[in-house]
Write a protein that binds this ligand. Structure first.
Ligand code: COA
Length: 339
């Protein structure tokens, strides 16, 4: 029998991977730019004009990343109309795990009671959700698993230095989740492409707490357990990498940017989002933006945005959706989904 080709990509037709449910969770506490004016030497005007961020969500002290992930996952399971015992695999993308081990995915598995599921974390910083989608899709395409729960979840407030105005204004907490399943339909994930450049690892990092620099009085004193960033260089690399990842994904599917109904870029900074949209030749209407409300929630960012876009009717059945991400590593990626 001849190998079936996918109608859009022209590639051998593996099992179609559909996103059958999405969900998200944002902690209830809102920290506005005006609140930050009282904590550090900054202004609403500076933060808004440089980043587009007006407010961000901050998890309660008792809420860990697995709690945010669990809340988003429950919504996604409800949306997919499946129960926890149907999940074969849980992948959590995060740079703020509850602890170094066990994985946050195992803690989420326990909270959900997903007793049949295998579970592991992946770490690709703000690109994590698209990396996890790619991994999950391969498991479904290859018949290894039928139902995979992918979560991007972060408690960024636990790793930012609240005295450093260069970074603390940028980040927020939250989680987004998606259920991936095989469905006998043409709709689904059309392509994913990933990239990384470890030569630029120091542009955005948190050096303390791992095997290279275990926690010690000295490492604490030097602030090595806080996120550090070269903002200007990160900005330039983000725009270039996101444009080329999006272009590669479009080319792989034989699509032009004009055919995409909704572009969901990583929500780090309005200026990065606008520059990427312009360089791709997209109209403002095509680009989904919610960075003003949540700031940069790292691996959760595009997952939260996708859920919001679906819930508000911004993404409808049959629409072509482009996710494009960038993060520490450096890492980047893009995914095209026929919804
Ligand atoms: N409030 C007021 N002033 C601030 C400030 C704040 N929150 N943060 C920094 N500044 C000051 C700086 O100290 C600097 O002052 P100086 O010139 O006296 O030294 C001045 O503002 C300009 O800083 P600069 O770094 O030139 O600003 P910028 O225009 O590059 O914007 C970022 C800074 C961080 C907003 C921008 O570089 C950026 O968005 N980078 C990408 C960050 C990102 O998205 N990272 C995650 C990727 S996944």
């Amino acid at each position: 029998m001849p190998m079936l080709k996918h109608p859009r990509t022209g590639r051998p037709h593996l099992r179609t991977v559909s996103i059958t449910g999405v969900g998200s969770y944002l902690p209830s506490r809102i920290l506005t730019n005006q609140d930050l004016e009282k904590l550090i030497d900054t202004t609403d005007e500076w933060i808004t004009s440089r980043t587009g961020i007006k407010e961000r969500r901050i998890a309660a002290p008792h809420e860990a990343t697995s709690d945010l992930a669990f809340a988003a996952a429950k919504q996604a399971l409800h949306d997919a109309k499946i129960s926890a015992d149907q999940i074969d695999l849980i992948i959590v993308a995060t740079i703020t795990p509850d602890m170094l081990f066990p994985s946050t995915a195992c803690l989420v598995q326990q909270k959900l009671g997903a007793c049949r599921a295998a579970a592991f974390d992946i770490e690709a910083a703000c690109s994590g959700f698209v990396y996890a989608l790619d991994i999950a899709a391969h498991f479904v395409q290859s018949h290894t698993y039928d139902t995979v729960l992918v979560i991007g979840a972060e408690k960024m407030s636990s790793v930012v230095d609240w005295k450093d105005r260069n970074t603390c204004v940028l980040f927020g907490d939250g989680a987004g989740a998606a259920v991936l399943q095989n469905r006998p339909t043409a709709h689904g994930l059309l392509t994913t492409c990933l990239g990384a450049d470890g030569t630029k690892a120091t542009l955005l990092d948190m050096p303390g707490g791992g095997s290279a620099c275990p926690a010690s009085t000295e490492s604490l004193g030097k602030g090595m357990h806080f996120l550090r960033m070269d903002g200007k260089e990160t900005f330039k690399n983000a725009v270039n990498a996101m444009v080329s990842a999006a272009t590669e994904a479009l080319n792989r599917c034989g699509l032009t940017v004009g055919q995409i109904h909704c572009i969901i870029p990583h929500q780090a900074n309005q200026r990065i989002i606008s520059a990427v949209g312009e360089r791709l030749g997209a109209t403002e209407d095509q680009v989904f933006v919610n960075v003003a409300k949540y700031g940069n929630t790292s691996a959760a960012s595009v997952a939260i945005a996708l859920d919001e876009a679906v819930r508000t009717g911004r993404v409808r059945r049959g629409d072509l959706v482009l996710l494009v991400v960038f993060g520490a590593g450096l890492t980047w990626g893009a995914a095209i989904i026929e919804w």
